[in-house]
Structures are given as C-alpha cells and as structure tokens.
Design a protein around this ligand. Structure first.
Ligand SMILES: Nc1nc2c(ncn2[C@@H]2O[C@H](COP(=O)(O)OP(=O)(O)OP(=O)(O)O)[C@@H](O)[C@H]2O)c(=O)[nH]1
Ligand SMILES: [Mg+2]
Length: 331
C-alpha cells in the first residue's frame, strides 16, 4: 500500500505528517500510527511537539518516503509507505524525467493526498498552490487508472480562514470534475489545521486508508470461503472406496491424500477466518466514518461542498457539539 502526498512548496505537507503522527500516538477510536523505523518515530514526535508550540518544520528539500503501520486495538493491521514529494516537483516541465517519474508514481499509488493552502485560496491566490499543474497531473493519472483508489483534496491552514466561500473552491472545480469523471476514484474534500490547535488531523489518513482496509477485509473473507470449499470437496473425495484407493495410490506415489489435503485447506480456512475477524471491526468502523465525510459526488455543486466543509471545519459534523474529536460523529 502506497500513499502519495503532493502539493506545492509551503502548503503544509510535512507539518501535516508530523502533526498526524503526534496525534495518532493516542488511540483514535482504537486506531494508532507507528513508524516502521525507530529514528523516524523520534523525529516525527519531536517535530509534532514543536508544531504544537507553533514552531513549524523546515521545508523539505527532496522526495522522501516513510513506512508506517496502522494499528487497531494494539495490533498492526496495515503497513503502508507514504511519500512526501518536495514542493518543487509539481512545477517540473511535463517532459522532464522527474515529471514522468511522478506521473508513474501517481498512477501506481493506492491513495493520493493533494494539498492546497486554503488560506491562499481564500485570498484568491491560486498560483502559490499550483492547482492548475496539480489538476493536470491528477487528471492524467486518473484517466489511466484501472483499479480503485482514494484521493483526498486536503485543505490546509483552515485556522487562518474565517469561513468557506464558493470563490475559494472555484479553482478546485477542474480537479473535482476529473474525480467525478473517473469510475475508480473515491474523492473527498477535507479541511485541516495544524499548529497550537489541531483540527481534523486524522481525517485525511483514515479516509485514504479505509479503502485498503475494507479491501483487505473482503479479500480475506473470500480466501476463507474458498479454502473452506476446497476442504469440503477434498473431504468428499476422501470417503468410501475412492478414498481408500486414493490413500493407497498416494502412499505408493508419496503424494498427499485427499484427507491430508482437506486438513490443510481446513487449517488455512481457519487462519483466514481469524484474520477476517481481526480486520472486520476496523473495516466497518472506517467505512462508517468515511460515509460522514464531504465525499465528492457528481450530483453536488460547489455550494454543497461549502456547506459540508463549514460543518466539519471545526472538527465536528454538528456545529452544536463542542467536541473536537472527529470521531465524535460516530456517536
Ligand atoms: N496557520 C497555519 N500555518 C501552517 C499550517 N500548516 C503549515 N503552516 C505553515 O506553512 C509552512 C510550510 O509548511 P510545510 O509543512 O513545511 O510545507 P510543505 O508542504 O512540506 O513544503 P515543502 O516541503 O517545501 O514541499 C509552515 O512553516 C507554517 O508556517 C497550519 O495548519 N496552520
Ligand atoms: Mg515538506
């Protein structure tokens, strides 16, 4: 599983990654995040602490990739790689080797996060977000897609924006259209803030990962079923005269008997069933969570997105609730 984080320099990608890592050291409805490398853990924790004091990290000078585990109730349930593209990468000309590598990377990713500085957008500054270039890249990647992918448009620095206006989203229209046009992409518009106050920080990652976790749950279930079926079929063949003949022939030719093959399949079915039991709860929980987010749908207009974004900007779906935990929408 690979996630790509893309956005112009200074929009807040590294700040987000660190803030997310820091906040997901505490369980969020059972979910936690763990860096695969202990050095990364230390660095992200230090950075997250600084950000909470209002001290932001230095700009990223090259593309970097990190490995993480998504944990649920104390167990690793998904390993994923997360690439932080240096801000300049999206400005490269289409023909450059870097641009080609980036497009290839986008096409093979399981999830994409496109970062936009929402404060710049609110001030009518679309250039500092390079939204045109990002839209072109994303549209190209989505057009050639042949499998499901989740794509989050992450609106950063919402702490600096008083309210969302249609104008703010106007420049994202091309991107939204490209997402609507692709049958394989699930898109969402997600507002976040990182600094002395954190808003909606787990939201983009949980949105991106939910597809992979749900997919894992369905494939594990299917695998358990097919092992079970094969076990049954071998068992049938191991009975009666046919079973006896099979036993003799297998012993002579030193091959597995149907009974042995049935036992093996049965064991694998039990293993897959146990795996399924571990993944189904987080999968359901993520699935329900994602249904409450501002998902991109063909029948929605910019006005609708403005309303949805305003509702969750402060970290909750219902404005009357003062709880900043995004998972409060579960209740
Ligand atoms: N107010 C506010 N400022 C933010 C927030 N996130 C980031 N910033 C500011 O934006 C600056 C750039 O953030 P970075 O996370 O370094 O940006 P980046 O996208 O990683 O940039 P590159 O590494 O150059 O691609 C920070 O130094 C902060 O000043 C936020 O949520 N709120
Ligand atoms: Mg950076």
């Amino acid at each position: 599983m690979r996630i790509i984080m893309l956005g112009h320099t200074g929009v807040g990608k590294t700040t987000y990654m660190a803030s997310l890592y820091g906040s997901m050291q505490q369980s969020i409805e059972g979910f936690k995040l763990k860096a695969a490398e202990p050095e990364d853990h230390k660095r992200w924790m230090e950075m997250a602490e600084q950000i909470q004091q209002g001290k932001y990290p230095a700009l990223t000078d090259q593309r970097q990739e990190y490995n993480f585990y998504l944990r649920y109730q104390g167990k690793n349930i998904l390993k994923f790689a997360w690439a932080d593209y240096r801000g300049g990468a999206i400005r490269e000309t289409q023909e450059s080797e870097q641009a080609k590598a980036l497009l290839q990377d986008l096409k093979t990713a399981d999830g994409i996060m496109l970062f936009c500085d929402c404060n710049a957008l609110a001030q009518g500054d679309t250039r500092s977000n390079q939204i045109g270039r990002m839209t072109t890249l994303a549209s190209q990647a989505l057009r050639e897609l042949d499998r499901p992918m989740s794509l989050a448009i992450v609106l950063t620095k919402t702490d600096l924006v008083i309210d969302f206006q249609v104008d703010l989203l106007q420049s994202l229209n091309g991107l939204i259209t490209a997402i609507d046009a692709s049958e394989f992409v699930l898109g969402a518009l997600l507002p976040i803030a990182c600094g002395t106050q954190l808003h909606n920080v787990p939201m983009p990652l949980l949105f991106i990962l939910h597809a992979a976790v749900v997919f894992q749950a369905t494939t594990t279930y299917a695998a358990a079923e097919s092992h079970e079926e094969r076990a049954k079929s071998y068992e049938t063949q191991s009975r009666g005269f046919g079973g006896m003949a099979d036993w003799v022939i297998s012993k002579i030719s030193n091959q597995e008997t149907y009974r042995e093959m049935a036992a093996k399949e049965k064991k694998q079915a039990v293993e897959k069933q146990q795996e399924f039991e571990e993944i189904i709860e987080p999968a359901m929980s993520l699935y329900n969570y994602v249904q409450k987010l501002p998902l991109i749908k063909p029948d929605l207009a910019l006005n609708d997105y403005v309303r949805l974004l305003s509702e969750i900007k402060g970290g909750v779906i219902d404005n009357s609730v003062s709880n900043l935990d995004p998972f409060s929408i579960f209740n």
